[in-house]
Ligand binder design. Sequence first.
Ligand SMILES: NC(=O)c1ccc[n+]([C@@H]2O[C@H](COP(=O)([O-])OP(=O)(O)OC[C@H]3O[C@@H](n4cnc5c(N)ncnc54)[C@H](O)[C@@H]3O)[C@@H](O)[C@H]2O)c1
Length: 289
Amino acid sequence: MRELAGKVAVITGAGSGFGLEFARAAVRHRMKVVLGDVQEDALEAAVREMRAAGAEAVGERIDVSKPEDLKRFADRALASFGEVHLLFNNAGVAGGGGYLWESRLSDWQWLLGVNVMGVVNGIRAFVPLMIEQDCECHVVNTASAAGLVSAPLMGVYNVSKHAVVTLSETLFHDLRVARSRIGVSVLCPAFVPTGISDSERNRPADLVESAPPTESQAMARKQSEKAVSSGKLTAAQVAQQTFQAVLEDRFYVITHPKMLPYVELRLQDIVQQRAPSDPFTYKPDVKPG
Ligand SMILES: NC(=O)c1ccc[n+]([C@@H]2O[C@H](COP(=O)([O-])OP(=O)(O)OC[C@H]3O[C@@H](n4cnc5c(N)ncnc54)[C@H](O)[C@@H]3O)[C@@H](O)[C@H]2O)c1
């Protein structure tokens, strides 16, 4: 998209972290914003903040894992502003770390429901509207660096984010086949301090796990909390880079380019048909080959 002012941005997971920063950036670009989140108090605070900054903003409580909520969200966006131009399928949760053979079905249901079906539901609710509008539009899906490599003890999250990368790549191809002008970007950040380590705050009651964590699950949790809290890039910087990619119509948004040697190593493992390398133990100064 070359021009953002006056256009409508729709953001899922807008109450915290990247989503909140996307909303702030959209407002700085003088866009109208439609904010969605499952956490009502955070959503209300975000809407208040955007209005106080002078923006036209509406909020809708949605659970992205539910297709009917995304349909209602799209109806609300159209009823409020008549059009939608920039969609952020961003809401996501982390958890389910530990050995895969110890993974819990409730973790699979929760993470795949939010991280994968949330994006699917967003695409199904909004892309047909964008196609019908036939004007400059763009979809940003929040995946992760975990969607580009396969780090140990993060199996459930890795699967969900690899799914978002391939969903985004396929959406890009499908739109070209359909001769649509809609742009697509996939955001793949490494660890950034946000509310992600506290994702359990929004876990649905029917998927809450009462069993105590196994040793591998406790280790994975400690490891990911430490990595998230020590991330150097801020969520605001991630949002700024993402808006730059939208303006440049760039597909891959790689906010941590230090990740790229690990991605290259994985691809070389595939091309050379050798065993997968562990991205956590690989030292990137040794050139993959
Ligand atoms: N922070 C990181 O290190 C990091 C790295 C890579 C990717 N990501 C991804 O970024 C996205 C945003 O996460 P964040 O880091 O800003 O975390 P966050 O917890 O700060 O924000 C996530 C938001 O999504 C909302 N949410 C959770 N479940 C929802 C549901 N079912 N329906 C609607 N909203 C829901 C939460 O209430 C919250 O406001 C996620 O997809 C996450 O997987 C985060």
